[in-house]
Design a protein around this ligand. Sequence first.
Ligand code: GLA
Length: 391
Amino acid sequence: MSHSSNHSSDTSRGAIAAAFREKFGRAPAVVARAPGRIEFIGNHTDYNGGTVLGAAIDRGVWVALAPANTGVRRFASEQMPGVVEQPAGALARLSGPAAWVNYPLGVLAALPEFGLGVPEGFDFLATSDLPSGAGLSSSAAIELASALAFLAVTGQSPSRETVVKAGRYAENHFVGVPCGILDQGVSGFGRKDHLVFIDCRGPRFDTVPMPAGAQFWIFNTHTKHALVDGLYAARHHECMEAAQALGVGLLVEAEPAMLEAAKAKLAPAIYKRAKHIIDEIARVDATVLALRAGDLATVGKNLTASHRSSQLLFENSTAELDFLVDTLTARPHVYGARLTGGGFGGAVMALTSEQFSADDAAQVAAAYAKKFGATPDILHTQTGDGAALLS
Ligand code: GLA
């Protein structure tokens, strides 16, 4: 079990610049960093035009970049072996161990779609202190850090909203995941001690102060996070089917009464998916009010209700995630717990009071290990600031 209660990372501008020099024999021109995110509440609401709350966390991805007039793009990652070389202008999707390069490549493909230029040859180094596959959106973090670095070396400074949209475009059109704006939006608009609120129809971005005393604990099960394997796309498809059957463009426009009136003509699974989305959007809005009132007990109840809805209606939970939520919510000092991210494995987030200790977390992990024979990673994380250039 790797446990970090008070996260301290030696990743800094200096550390990545040194690693860059070692790899490429010269200094980077720019360094950018973008955080991972917790989906706080609003599960699969984003691509349905709904509302969602997320938190940028204090871990993320750094990208160091230096232009080169070689006509070659060299990509390296401290987490992956080797250097991936691509001729400038080549934008074919890569597979195998080089597949991580699809995120910066996707951004290079996306920026021109927003009227922005891209650098030709360059050397690129990424490093991360964000566990991947944990539902913390390392992919959005590398997209945003890459975008800020590419824009900086080409002297462009579009709006933050454009950067966020370009990151999503990369994910949708290059990586091939039909995600909404949540991950990139939170990584882009994160703010320490705040949650990011997104009304995905605009999209419109806002921040809501996080009441003092609330703590985030993430339990990463390391079970399969099957986003790219089609389950996420299948849910996306079912939601669009539900919207069409209800005669609306997106489920955000459907009233609960419309859904009940159409229940008989909907396949049971489609009804359940739509009910989850409609209820979940209402829960997000109720949670914003509870946050503004400092009512963490109500916030926590909404979080757990969101999980139950994922479990029973959206059916994107797993036995492992359910067990963690059951175990956590049975303990004192836990306001609420839910799966965070796309689902089908990944991680559970608990919102706790300051009395919840590393010992409490270890007991939850031990109960999980006894049942499933594997120990989840525990991450005690703080909110953090959004994507930024460090130089
Ligand atoms: C993934 C996607 C997001 C969002 C969540 C589920 O994290 O990338 O856009 O749809 O799943 O809420």
